[in-house]
Design a protein around this ligand. Structure first.
Ligand SMILES: Nc1ncnc2c1ncn2[C@@H]1O[C@H](COP(=O)(O)OP(=O)(O)OP(=O)(O)O)[C@@H](O)[C@H]1O
Ligand SMILES: [Mg+2]
Length: 381
């Protein structure tokens, strides 16, 4: 296919990148989140490819199914202890090992705390007498050292606390389209799409890589113009758009500036607070958005969206790049949000959280009431 890379959909670009790496003939593959943006068929294909791959493989992934199928050693970076745990086992055994280590640390801590408390109590008794005051001091020191040497125990993973604000009031149908049509050159992507997004509706857009999902969302968001037909804005519409490629962020501006421009009504103090609740701490706020990791960009874009007061959210694969803890938080917020949501996703968990009312299937643009049968389209593997 003679198509410039910039013209590819998110998933198509991923596949080109992957193909280049997988078939380059190197023995060892280094893959950083390879399943992001891929549709179910592509993920199934990748899993099979990597399972059969004879050479080495170093994989970073939040896709637990992929990890379970492919790896036989796990390096777990524990941010709380700032330690790298190396387990020479597959994924399931690694999880069991992590649990066991955690239980051991908890037990060791409880023992040490009990002993230290006993030492302190004994030291307190002895301190009063001149003859034993030095011994008492040493005892207290020993108790303190015992506690200081303990490894920290993990209580819960840090997560982004996300609460979507009440949406601004709007009419019955804040967003719609009439005869929306878009082609790239002689390649038609959308043909005569009529859509009505009612207040509070949950609409999910499903379709394989390259079907036109991002194109439709970009048209709805006013980022692109249709060849014919139009997007209809209802009374009081306030749109929030989460882009698949994070192009709603200004890479040259800082984290703080990006949030302040997305949610201009926030005071400086509120901006700091919101950033903190989205896990940006200390110097992070002054980083340029361009240097952020994929997951950090996702969190920053969602932080802006969530505080913009929108009543229709357009979300293009919002769970890509998120670690499991942040993903659960984002999905929890999506599940309780009272405004309308139009979501594109290849993530079954995201659909379960959204509980869609309706589905739009691309490329044919068929519409239907949601039924769980459609989950099969998302998870064919
Ligand atoms: N600027 C462009 N110029 C030419 N073709 C384009 C352009 N943008 C998108 N396309 C093509 O239009 C089709 C739809 O792309 P789109 O990004 O909407 O797909 P998608 O459904 O979002 O896919 P994915 O699941 O991979 O994100 C693809 O075939 C893509 O190659
Ligand atoms: Mg897309």
């Amino acid at each position: 296919m003679e198509q410039p890379l910039a013209a590819l959909s998110g998933g198509q670009r991923r596949r080109v990148e992957l193909a280049r790496i997988l078939f380059a003939g190197h023995g060892t593959l280094l893959l950083d989140e390879p399943t992001n943006h891929l549709d179910a068929d592509s993920v199934a294909w990748l899993r099979a490819f990597l399972t059969a791959h004879q050479g080495g493989l170093v994989l970073i992934s939040h896709d637990i199914g992929l990890l379970a199928d492919t790896v036989n050693r796990v390096f777990h970076l524990d941010p709380r202890r700032a330690a790298l745990d190396v387990h020479n086992t597959g994924w399931a055994a690694h999880l069991a090992q992590r649990e066991a280590d955690e239980r051991r640390r908890t037990r060791e801590r409880a023992n040490a705390e009990r002993k230290a408390a006993a030492l302190h109590a004994q030291a307190d008794n002895m301190r009063a007498r001149v003859a034993t005051a030095v011994v008492a001091k040493n005892m207290a020191r020993r108790a303190d050292r015992m506690l200081a040497d303990l490894e920290p125990v993990r209580h819960t993973d840090k997560v982004a606390r996300i609460r979507l604000p009440e949406p601004a009031a709007c009419g019955r149908t804040p967003l719609g389209t009439v005869g929306l049509t878009k082609a790239y050159g002689d390649h038609p992507v959308l043909t005569g799409v009529d859509l009505a997004v009612d207040r509070g509706t949950r609409l999910v857009i499903l379709g394989p890589n390259g079907a036109g999902k991002t194109t439709l969302l970009r048209l709805l968001a006013g980022r692109d113009t249709p060849d014919s037909g139009r997007v209809v804005h209802g009374h009081g519409l306030r749109l929030g758009y989460f882009a698949q490629e994070h192009d709603t962020l200004d890479d040259t501006r800082t984290v703080r500036e990006n949030l302040a421009s997305a949610a201009p009504h926030l005071t400086d103090g509120e901006v700091r607070h919101v950033l903190g609740s989205f896990l940006f701490t200390g110097d992070d706020a002054d980083k340029r958005a361009g240097v952020l990791s994929g997951g950090e960009k996702t969190r920053l874009a969602l932080a802006g969206l969530v505080h913009s007061g929108a009543n229709v959210l357009l979300l293009d694969e919002p769970t890509n790049n998120l670690d499991p803890a942040s993903r659960d938080e984002v999905l929890g917020a999506v599940g309780t949000y009272p405004g309308a949501i139009v979501m594109v996703t290849h993530d079954e968990g995201a659909l379960e959280a959204l509980r869609p009312d309706r589905v739009l299937l691309l490329p044919d643009a068929d519409q239907d009431i949601w039924s769980d049968d459609y989950l099969e389209l998302v998870a064919l593997d």
